[in-house]
Design a protein around this ligand. Sequence first.
Ligand code: SAH
Length: 348
Amino acid sequence: MSQRVLLEMDIQGLKEVVKGYGYPAYRGKQIWDWLYKGTFEITDMKNLPWQLQERLAMDFVTGIPSIIKKRVSKFDDTIKYLLKYHDGSIVECVRLVYRFGTTVCVSSQVGCRMGCTFCASAKGGLVRSLSSGELLAQVLTVQRDTGKRVSNVVIMGSGEPLDNFDNAVGFIRMLGHKEGLNIGQRHITLSTCGLVPEIIRLADEGLQITLSVSLHAADDATRARLMPVAKKYKIEEVLEGCRYYAQRTGRRVTFEYALVEGRNDRPEDAQRLASLLKGMLCNVNLIPVNPVEGSGYRQPDRSRVREFKDMLTQRGIAVTVRREMGRDIAGACGQLKAGYIKEGNIGN
Ligand code: SAH
């Protein structure tokens, strides 16, 4: 029988497990406390009887991945991790330091099947989705490695979180556990390429997280060239889903817009985007595209980015330009992993 994952379980579940082995329920809470304090080896859980440790180690893995590569930016304390799970699956995870706190950007899947043409993670397709516990494990791993409390989480790494809906929502609820990490929903952002039925489902979950939607174009034809998912859902349907989300949750939706030279950075694009979003409870985050090898995409120059931003601002849209962080450490999506595989390492 395959081993189960300890981090998948809540306190009650852990209590049931130890009771099943003939131990008192409080032993379950002890296991929980060790994991959340960053003790990841069952044999290091010192207050557990050794017989219980052995039994647990037979039936369970913790779900914590090992750090196989770590790069620290010289410029801004950004840390990029390459993490390997017990089945050999590899994902990236990034720690970012802002004035307001420490953010971890987690990957929701190993690979991705959305196929965005500018994205390094899309290249090998989807390998598998990560479980809630495995998502949580990314945050716990960073917190232990840095010794600093993680205050914010963005589900914005590799993968499409709404293509892994139940585990993403389970993860969000786990983050908020008072006896766990205690990260409130207002400190969590989920980024999606725009799967409309799942956006609606998410709105109905009654969560208070920030929804971030990758728009990247202001007309369907341009969007479809950048993102195959645009062939399935028209921009108008995506926006309708976002309006529903904003109305249901009272939360402002963020639209991500990766600026790609000569593709979606014309004044007409800015104009059209402004009219699409007019009157909506939202803001726009412009991201000069990170050129991924082989894509042929380039960043527009600074003045063009500025011009695009100004056109939106003048039309009453709240807009920010994403600060580039950790550029010296392959900070962009999927690039560290791509480099690792290219160096001759085998990875999922
Ligand atoms: N699948 C989700 C989350 C993962 S990608 C989504 O599509 O939103 C997180 C964000 O990074 C998305 O806005 C994505 O479009 C963007 N992104 C991916 N590769 C990029 C690149 N090379 N340059 C700039 N932004 C990129």
